[in-house]
Design a protein around this ligand. Structure first.
Ligand SMILES: NC(=O)c1ccc[n+]([C@@H]2O[C@H](COP(=O)([O-])OP(=O)(O)OC[C@H]3O[C@@H](n4cnc5c(N)ncnc54)[C@H](OP(=O)(O)O)[C@@H]3O)[C@@H](O)[C@H]2O)c1
Length: 367
């Protein structure tokens, strides 16, 4: 077995690298990394592994000889690397994962991914290409729970952000690539790590901090929010990548009907923060009325860039307003255990966020 992992310096890919390390597969893994040279790339992977709790001695075993230096927007520059030969599995986590309108989204997520798949196919006889998508690629207007199906997303004309459009477009294009043993895994919303809290990445946790500080957001108290921790997500992705036979070629990696309700998250967050739950003071605010909260920002969030906060709340609030839970029967039927509930590990997220300003956490999601 010889695995190519992309995106290993990121949130989901970093957790996947740590999962491969825990399975004793680090030595059989090759990494595609953006770096000046392979030594710097290996150093980035080692640092990420340690950030995700891999013991230092194991993390430090990654060498430059395992690193393909490169950017998805320039696959031609490394397509002939000998490290792309003899691969059996690809776990493709790398993507420009942002809700902003970064002009490089399509070049990275669609064109770059297709070019990488072609380059690998030309040099390796693959058993599986595990394409990490996003469950939100289904677009607005779906009935919840959203089913694990190719139809979810294929017909979506409207998208809240260019990122989700790019993620469904590349899946459909990969599906047309002759000889690619494609399996798509679509995670729901990844927040924190079930043991390390927000230390590896604060991505999206700041939304809860803001919602509770403002006592207002777009979701209803009894609404389920489909959140999964990075380590469980990564373990499910690695299992889907390596399992010799799978019943399907598309899966949600999600909490499904096991997802916590917003009110349960409120109670658990308050217990961890040593405050009272927002509970009866909470007001659900439609996304088009969020701008009325601007006067509250200074009062509740401190000195902040109000326009930036409003934009962030509107983007994330629009997704929350979709009120989606993502069905995960296929995943569970493959023998993958259910996701740990956010309420079970939110204490770690609160603890590891205590000394980090909300706006600093937010900046992580606006690349
Ligand atoms: N986080 C979530 O809630 C979530 C939910 C559903 C699905 N996903 C999916 O999970 C995957 C990873 O997301 P994430 O949250 O882990 O994002 P992330 O933390 O931003 O990590 C992205 C990774 O991709 C790499 N990358 C980005 N653009 C690249 C390019 N042009 N060439 C080569 N590498 C590039 C980054 O490398 P650098 O370190 O060099 O920037 C980093 O390693 C994505 O496919 C995303 O769609 C995430």
């Amino acid at each position: 077995m010889r695995i190519l992992l992309t995106g290993a310096t990121g949130f989901v890919g970093g957790a996947a690298a740590a999962d491969l390390a825990a399975r004793g597969l680090l030595g059989q893994t090759v990494f595609l990394v953006r770096a000046a040279d392979a030594e710097q790339g290996a150093a980035r992977v080692r640092a990420t592994l340690e950030r995700f709790g891999t013991p230092a001695a194991l993390a430090q075993s990654v060498t430059a000889a395992q690193v393909v230096c490169g950017d998805l927007t320039g696959v031609g520059e490394f397509a002939s690397s000998p490290l792309l030969e003899g691969l059996t599995h690809v776990l493709h986590c790398a993507a420009l994962a942002t809700f902003s309108s970064n002009p490089r989204i399509w070049a990275s997520n669609v064109d770059g991914t297709l070019a990488l798949a072609r380059a690998v196919l030309a040099r390796s006889k693959l058993q599986r290409w595990l394409q990490v998508g996003t469950a939100m690629c289904c677009g607005p207007g779906m009935a919840s729970p959203v089913n694990e199906s190719w139809e979810a997303g294929a017909a979506a004309e409207a998208h809240l952000v260019p990122y989700t459009r790019s993620k469904v477009a590349v899946e459909l294009a990969l599906r047309e690539l002759p000889g690619l043993p494609l399996v798509v895994a679509r995670p729901s919303i990844v927040v924190g790590h079930s043991v390390l809290g927000c230390d590896p990445s604060p991505s999206i946790f700041w939304v809860f901090r803001m919602a509770f500080a403002l006592e207002r957001f777009t979701c209803a108290p009894d609404e389920r929010i489909d959140i999964i921790p990075a380590d469980w997500c990564a373990s499910a992705l690695v299992s889907l990548c390596l399992k010799p036979a799978l019943a399907h070629d598309l899966y949600h990696v999600s909490a499904g009907m096991g997802a916590n309700r917003f009110s349960e998250i409120d109670t658990a967050y308050a217990a961890a923060a040593g405050t009272a739950p927002v509970a009866s003071r909470y007001q659900q605010v439609p996304v088009d009325q969020l701008r009325e909260l601007v006067p509250l920002f200074q009062q509740r969030l401190g000195r902040v860039n109000r326009l930036l906060i409003l934009r962030a709340l509107m983007l994330y609030g629009a997704f929350a307003e979709l009120n989606y839970v993502f069905a995960n029967q296929r995943l569970l039927a493959e023998g993958i255990p259910p996701a740990p509930a956010l309420t079970g590990y939110i204490g770690e997220c609160v603890r590891t966020s205590e000394h980090v300003p909300m706006t600093e956490q937010m900046a992580h999601d606006f690349k």
